[in-house]
Ligand binder design. Structure first.
Ligand code: PGA
Length: 252
């Protein structure tokens, strides 16, 4: 059984004070939740506040990015060991907004994944096609390129420490969710790639989250698919009640 993971990607939202206020409201709403691992990814500046506010709860904290070098003259960047020091346990890598606006490539994704694993952080690695790519029938080609380029150098042991997130770019922040069937087909394709690279057992236990306009109203349909092991939630993770409703999807 793969335990679902519900992760919130806050993007460039929430100050430290807003982070503490969110957790004060959110934690009681998920105190009885046992069905999913819960992860929140605030901006760098609110990581330590989030770790502090979530202490003693089942919620773990992740960052949204990192640099692959341990330290150096890289103005504005944050390394894995700096993240570890805040108490955060994971890091999102290769989000489509980073690929689109900050020129991330499969190669930088691979370096970041390596650096995160070496520091003991769990990477949440995002992949997904754009609308033109889907319309041209290139979805599988793009996923395969991103998978091999970002994860190809990992060992099977490394692979079992990561989470994958399938995030079709056309569904992010657009209100246009992939249908559960369409998402499940992409997940099955990714699991096949995982099996070819890392073996059937590792592929069978890999958790693949879906991301793109996940809301309280569509999470149940998505989670009903055997292939979908959780969600990476953007906009709907900013509100404590809506994020809690997604976490508690089995009760909805
Ligand atoms: P969204 O974002 O839920 O606001 O579509 C998802 C994501 O970017 O991870």
């Amino acid at each position: 059984m793969r335990k679902p993971v519900i992760a919130g990607n806050w993007k460039m939202y929430k100050t430290q004070a807003e982070t503490r206020a969110f957790l004060a409201e959110f934690l009681p709403l998920v105190a009885e939740s046992r069905d999913a691992e819960i992860v929140l990814a605030p901006p760098f500046t609110a990581l330590a506040a989030a770790v502090d506010a979530a202490r003693g709860s089942a919620v773990t904290i992740a960052a949204q990015d990192l640099h692959w070098e341990p330290e150096g003259a890289f103005t504005g960047e944050i390394s894995a060991r700096m993240l570890v020091e805040t108490g955060c346990r994971g890091v999102i890598i290769g989000h489509s907004e980073r690929r689109q606006y900050f020129h991330e490539t499969d190669e930088t994704v691979a370096r970041k994944v390596r650096a995160a694993l070496d520091a003991g952080l769990r990477p949440i690695v995002c992949l997904g096609e754009t609308l033109p790519e889907r319309e041209q029938g290139l979805t599988e080609q793009v996923l395969e390129r991103q998978f091999r380029g970002g994860l190809g150098a990992l060992t099977p042991g490394d692979f079992s420490s990561i989470l994958l997130a399938y995030e079709p770019v056309w569904a992010i922040g657009t209100g246009r969710t992939a249908t559960p069937q369409l998402a499940a087909a992409a997940h099955a394709f990714l699991r096949g790639l995982a099996s070819a690279s890392f073996g059937g057992d590792k592929a069978a236990s890999a958790r693949i989250l879906y991301g793109g306009s996940v809301k309280p109203g569509n999470i149940r349909g998505l989670m009903a698919e055997e292939e979908i092991d959780g969600a990476l939630v953007g906009g709907a993770s900013l509100d404590p009640a809506s994020m809690a409703a997604i976490v508690n999807f089995r009760e909805g």
